[in-house]
Design a protein around this ligand. Structure first.
Ligand code: ZN
Length: 148
C-alpha cells in the first residue's frame, strides 16, 4: 500500500488523491491541470477554502488578508518566499477577507494579517500579525513537529 494524501485544487476545487511520494514531482490537478504543490501561493475562494481546510491531508497555511491592510501587503512577498522554501511538503494559500467576510465570521478572525495552519481537516495553530519569511517557516516547522 502506497501512502496517499488528499489535496484540493485551488483552481477548480477537485479533490486530488496523490501518492505522498509524488508530492515532490510537481503533481498537477487531474481535472484542470493546475499545479498542486509548486511553491506558489494559491488564491482561494470560499468554496475551495472550506474544502481544502476541511479535507486536505497536506499541511496548508492560509493567509487571511485584505487589500486595505498595509501590513498584509507588506507580508505578501515574505509569505511567497516561505511558500517556495517549504514546498512541496506544505502548501500555502491566501483568501481575501474583504471579498469573503464569512470566512472571518466563521473563524472568529478579529485582526489581519492572520495565518492559520491547517492539517487533516483541523486548525492546528494561528500566527497573528505580519512576519518575515524566516519566522513564518519557523512557525510552520515548529508547529508541525510538535502538534501533528
Ligand atoms: Zn483543478
Amino acid at each position: 500500500m502506497q501512502d496517499t494524501v488528499k489535496a484540493t485544487c485551488a483552481v477548480c476545487g477537485r479533490t486530488n488523491r496523490l501518492p505522498a511520494a509524488r508530492l515532490s514531482a510537481r503533481p498537477k490537478c487531474g481535472a484542470c491541470g493546475a499545479a498542486l504543490a509548486d511553491g506558489t501561493v494559491a488564491v482561494l475562494d470560499l468554496t475551495t477554502h472550506d474544502k481544502a481546510t476541511r479535507s486536505d491531508e497536506v499541511a496548508l497555511v492560509v493567509d487571511y488578508w485584505a487589500p486595505w491592510c498595509g501590513p498584509c501587503r507588506m507580508m505578501a512577498p515574505e509569505f511567497a518566499r516561505a511558500a517556495k522554501a517549504m514546498a512541496p511538503r506544505v502548501r500555502f494559500a491566501k483568501i481575501d477577507t474583504q471579498d469573503y467576510p464569512r470566512v472571518s465570521q466563521d473563524l472568529g478572525i478579529r485582526g489581519i494579517p492572520l495565518l492559520i495552519l491547517w492539517h487533516k481537516g483541523k486548525e492546528v495553530a494561528r500566527l497573528a500579525g505580519a512576519h518575515p519569511a524566516g519566522e513564518i517557516e519557523a512557525f510552520v516547522r515548529g508547529t508541525l513537529a510538535t502538534k501533528t
